[in-house]
Design a protein around this ligand. Sequence first.
Ligand SMILES: Nc1nc2c(ncn2[C@@H]2O[C@H](COP(=O)(O)OP(=O)(O)OP(=O)(O)O)[C@@H](O)[C@H]2O)c(=O)[nH]1
Ligand SMILES: [K+]
Ligand SMILES: [Mg+2]
Length: 447
Amino acid sequence: MSRGDTIAAVASGAAPAGVGIVRVSGPAVPGLAARLLGRPPRPRHAHYLTLRDDAGEPIDQGLLLFFPAPHSFTGEDVMELQVHGSPVVLNTLVHHLVGLGARHARPGEFSERAFLNNKLDLAQAEAVADLITAGSELQARAALRSLQGAFSRRVDDLVEAVTRLRIHVEAAIDFPEEEIDFLADPVIGERLAAVTDQARALLGETRRGARITRGLHAVILGPPNAGKSSLLNALLGDERAIVTEQAGTTRDLLHERLRIDGVEIGLVDTAGLREDSEDAIEREGMRRARQQRAQADLLLLVLPDGDGAAEALLREESAGAARRIWIHNKIDLSGGPAGRRDAADGELHVGLCARSGQGLDTLHRLLRELAGASTEGGAFSARERHVEALAAALAHLEAAADPSLAGAGELMAEELRQAQQRLGEITGAFDADALLGRIFSEFCIGK
Ligand SMILES: Nc1nc2c(ncn2[C@@H]2O[C@H](COP(=O)(O)OP(=O)(O)OP(=O)(O)O)[C@@H](O)[C@H]2O)c(=O)[nH]1
Ligand SMILES: [K+]
Ligand SMILES: [Mg+2]
């Protein structure tokens, strides 16, 4: 199926590079290919050719590959031109193709056509973007699983189960003489409970997938001079932050990326927190630190080992936080043990020495687990958008299962219909033009 016009763009990454690729998709492709080659192209064959401009001047020599519809990325006739990865050559070539009737592709337009031609569903198309921008092996592997349909299949299974239930309930409404019996049937309640459990399980995995895509965001908090910047440097294995014995050394936020065994974690160093300060700069630093706290998936709470007042301050400062690891630093001074510590609060506590690195391996291991590496077995990537849609679908399923709805077939059917609708948004099973525009505009050109 074709979208009418033919689009062209550089599809390869930053030039200069050894090879660059121009991708062309649309009905004009066979004609364009024949014109460039001087004869019709053979499908999926690497033709070696000299590409020439209108005046017959050579632009470059390279390869032409033709993928006839529907067996191509977009599902349309597609041509890929492999040339030298020179920005000048690539731009000249695209310009030449535009002169021959193609149009510059918009960002994400190739993927959008793939979606519109049913080559990919929406979640898979998003996985293409997430795979391309993956910053770690874990993210890349998870995105590839979603691209291959691991996530979409789970959503489709759930849609199928909701649909079957809906048909059942709506049939009962259409045949009112049987409605009473039918809606009292315990099988309905059981099936609804099973579908709700299925949705809840998938929501959990989708949240994990979104966390993998986003990458874990950890914020280091603690009183002045606790060794927060020393810890950041020790984790990164690099003297990124300034460390001095002066309390209040760090004022600004320092954002860094930490990679542990193919897992990526965002780390933020912050100004030391204390009750109050006369210093306007320090106060602003504390305000920024607290602002970061709200956005964190994980707080690394650093305190001098054995400092009860610091611990009390941090309990107050981190109340209601998502997840926290307590880091009892400077064990060389306290004489406390390195590594995991059992604590009455059941939370994660680690003794370490940021200066020597003692105990750091334990922290590395914990971070790696919290970042999702322990869920590697089959984890798929997802996005916040998917989490929201699934959570909304689950709420409708729970509403349908509400005992007060027993016997109210229409209300139950309506909740199921809405659950199905929200699930359909994930894979794009339902028409949603506004949604498409938003999703594909975030892609880069050539994708
Ligand atoms: N003995 C010892 N000193 C440490 C350790 N970690 C950090 N320090 C020292 O503690 C002092 C403060 O360290 P920083 O890393 O600047 O502490 P901070 O929490 O970032 O301080 P502010 O940015 O001022 O809030 C420095 O003199 C560090 O060398 C440790 O494990 N043992
Ligand atoms: K300091
Ligand atoms: Mg500091």
